[in-house]
Design a binder for this molecule. Structure first.
Ligand code: NOJ
Length: 743
């Protein structure tokens, strides 16, 4: 029996290890046969094939000019291009098709920022798995997601594609996406390679303007911007993508510090690094390279294996190798990584296949609905206006976002079909019957300033028991290169809200947007406010369920909502300053200028706190948190501590709650944030039900980078909260006792 066990074990081990060894031999053999041109072809990614594929491109594929295409072709073009590469190119190396499958493919899930509001890694993983299945059916091998750029700037258009302001949350959710896309192995049917992007610091673009430079001190870089990427390496992400920005003066596609020292050496990443779109060539514009040749040299030396769209590699690397400015060894290393990815994806062993097209499946729409439902954040609910009472008979549905399929999908949806989207209006009409719903768009889109339809909207409001006002931002107001300097509701939406509120009919405002907006005036006039982000294909049914009380809202904000643009960057895990303002200093604290109490870190014209804090979200029920307990008063190296609290559903409805664990290191050699998220747990409680939630912390969870850039955990006192959001809750204290700072 033991013999049998040993045999099975050794066979398993042999299986696990024989695959990579075999791959490396096959890559060696292939590299030995490749010309330098063919190698440079593998390092080049093109964006267009035209439809049908242009003869010129077919010829280039036969010649091995391209190793990869991005966002190119229809499924049949990709299938034909792959057939040509495998059957008609000299070495038969398959092409790698990359695509921006960011929050769904045919089925659109909420924008990533909305997904983050669900705080549900398991569900996010399932959504990514569906996106992978749909994309792979149509010949896509690789998605450029997840975007792991932590951002604290809602002006930045790509905040929509982010997972919010927090490195821990971004790392947990980004890793879940990676698992969903990639599965247990890239060879599994229906899986695709993910891509950790944009490495690094892109989310800190100065003034929120896309592509802008970032200046980030190294300890902040290592504690805030890099951890989600390190988590991605641990989750086994296949490639990395560089960023457009210059970080501390060095463009991300030419930085040895990030790509070589941190990614390869410190983290041991062995996968492919692709540039962003023309970001190698753009190093010339940055003033970091004198021309395309120098850009190619700097990028390849830093560690960019594949150049996206610009052609500095193909055009210059031959000469640079001949002049010994670039070593052939570095070219071979890059090509090896690219070929390895193709092997890992099973592309060398896949038969030439005809194109297939994706069918919409119920499980996909089911997950899209569940994720959209959990992403909805209830920000206000006066007098229990929501869920809608059965006595509500006539409903006015007003606003430019009530019935706009394209807008509700959000950015990055090139493979989706608007006709498959269920809007809030269609869902409400189906449920209540068209007779009970009075619909007036009132504005043609979110930027419209015409008041032509206002009277019709006012009449509809007057004739109804409740108004559902669907405002926000249309699709094109967020996403890449779509930054805003103002965060108010655009167009005449505020005026519309004021007119509707003046009718006296209770008004529930539902905001569909790609970012946090500033909308205090509208919120003040509304009995209820629901934040819906861009909720995707199933946004309508998700909203319907929540509005009618089928499900209690359970989303929590993954990013702080400012009161005014002037507060940006605003984030919960800030340092305390030497003069922190106290909660009593809200409002406009214009005291006497000689009163020293007035000299605190605040604004004169707006409260210093966010409008809605990170982690915040209401429910139809109420949850009560006990004071947290710690399993020990003292944590020591090599041990762990458990922090627990009881959460009770004290309301009348079942609901889900996302409990959040925060810590603070009270005194350290480098001042530490007032709170840092270290765990979260989504639990479901029936009315009257109680549950203990527990989180375990190790000394590693308390660590930070000291002035010498060493990761240390310093002895001393810590606070821990288990709380419903980043701005409330009670704490427990414990100590870390150690003779040294090193863990
Ligand atoms: C530029 C974007 O920054 C990147 O995120 C995207 O994946 C590529 N373009 C490809 O579309």
């Amino acid at each position: 029996m033991f013999g049998q066990l040993f045999l099975t074990l050794s066979m398993t081990l042999a299986l696990q290890t024989s695959l990579p060894a075999d791959i490396e031999k096959r890559i060696d053999a292939l590299l030995a046969r490749m010309t330098l041109e063919e190698k440079l072809g593998q390092m080049s990614q093109a964006t267009s094939m035209r439809n049908p594929i242009a003869e010129e491109i077919k010829q280039q594929i036969r010649q091995g000019r391209w190793g990869s295409f991005l966002n190119a072709g229809l499924p049949e073009d990709r299938a034909e291009a792959q057939r040509i590469a495998i059957q008609e190119s000299r070495l038969g190396i398959p092409l790698l098709f990359g695509r921006d499958v960011i929050h769904g493919y045919r089925t659109v899930f909420p924008i990533p920022l909305g997904q983050a509001a669900a705080w549900n890694p398991g569900l996010i993983e399932r959504a990514a798995a569906i996106a992978a299945r749909e994309a792979s059916t149509e010949g896509v091998h690789w998605t450029f997601a997840p975007m792991l750029d932590v951002t604290r700037d809602p002006r930045w258009g790509r905040v929509a594609e982010s997972l919010g302001e927090d490195p821990y949350l971004t790392g947990r959710l980004g890793s879940a996406m990676i698992r969903g896309f990639q599965g247990g192995s890239l060879r599994e049917a229906g899986r695709i390679a993910a891509c950790a992007k944009h490495f690094a610091g892109y989310g800190a673009a100065e003034a929120g303007r896309d592509y802008n430079s970032t200046v980030i001190p190294e300890n902040q870089l290592r504690e805030v911007y890099l951890p989600p990427f390190q988590d991605a390496v641990a989750a086994g992400v296949a490639p990395f993508m560089t960023a457009f920005n210059a970080l501390n003066g060095v463009p991300a596609s030419g930085t040895r510090f990030l790509l070589d020292r941190i990614l390869r050496k410190e983290w041991g990443f062995t996968g492919v690094v692709v540039s962003d779109y023309e970001s190698v060539l753009e190093m010339v514009q940055h003033g970091f390279a004198a021309g395309p040749a120098e850009a190619a040299q700097k990028a390849v030396t830093a560690g960019v294996d594949m150049e996206m769209v610009s052609t500095t590699y193909f055009d210059n690397l031959r000469r640079l190798v001949e002049k010994q400015n670039v070593s052939i060894a570095s070219i071979d290393a890059a090509v090896r990584r690219i070929l390895r990815l193709k092997y890992q994806l099973g592309l060398f062993d896949a038969p030439v296949r005809p194109a297939a097209s994706v069918q919409t499946a119920n499980d996909a729409r089911g997950i899209a609905k569940e994720l959209a439902t959990q992403s909805l954040v209830l920000l206000k609910n006066d007098n229990g206006v929501l869920p809608l009472s059965p006595s509500v008979k006539r409903i006015a549905v007003i606003g430019p976002l009530a019935n706009s399929p394209v807008d509700q999908m959000g950015s990055w949806v090139m493979d989706a079909r608007p006709e498959e989207v269920e809007t809030p209006l269609t869902s409400l009409q189906r449920k209540f019957g068209a007779g009970r719903i009075r619909y007036v768009a009132a504005l043609r889109n979110s930027r419209d300033t015409s008041r032509e339809q206002f009277n019709a909207a006012i009449e509809a409001a007057k004739a109804s028991d409740v108004v559902l006002l669907l405002l926000g931002e249309e699709q094109i107001l967020s996403g890449e290169a779509h930054s805003r300097a103002f965060l108010n509701l655009p167009g005449a939406q505020e005026e519309l809200a004021a007119e509707i509120a003046a009718t006296g009919t209770p008004m529930v405002t539902i905001i569909l947007a790609g970012r946090p907006l500033t909308f205090q005036n509208v919120a003040a006039k509304s009995a209820g406010v629901l934040y819906a982000w861009h909720p995707g294909t199933m946004g309508g049914p998700a909203l319907l369920d929540v509005l009618t009380g089928g499900v209690s809202p359970s989303g929590k904000l993954p990013i702080s909502f400012p009161r005014a643009v002037g507060q940006i960057p605003i984030y919960y895990s800030h340092l305390n300053t030497g003069r922190p303002a106290s909660p009593g200093e809200l409002g406009i604290p214009l005291g006497s200028p000689v009163n020293p109490e007035g000299f605190t870190s605040k604004y004169l014209d707006v409260d210093f706190t966010p409008e809605y804090p990170f982690g915040f979200g209401l429910s139809y029920t109420t949850f009560e948190y006990s004071k947290p307990r710690a399993s020990t008063a003292e944590l020591t190296p090599g041990s762990s501590i458990t922090v627990s609290a009881e959460i009770a559903n004290t309301g009348k409805r079942a609901g889900e709650e996302v409990a959040q664990l925060y810590i603070r290191d009270l005194v350290a050699s480098v001042a530490r944030p007032v709170r840092e998220l270290k765990g979260f747990s989504r639990i479901r409680l029936n009315p009257g039900e109680k549950r203990t939630v527990s989180f375990t912390l190790t000394p590693r969870d308390l660590s930070f980078y000291n002035e010498s850039m060493e990761l240390v955990t310093e002895p001393g006192e810590f606070q821990a909260w288990i709380a419903p959001d980043s701005a409330s809750g009670s704490d427990v204290r414990f100590r870390f006792r150690a003779n040294t700072n090193r863990q």
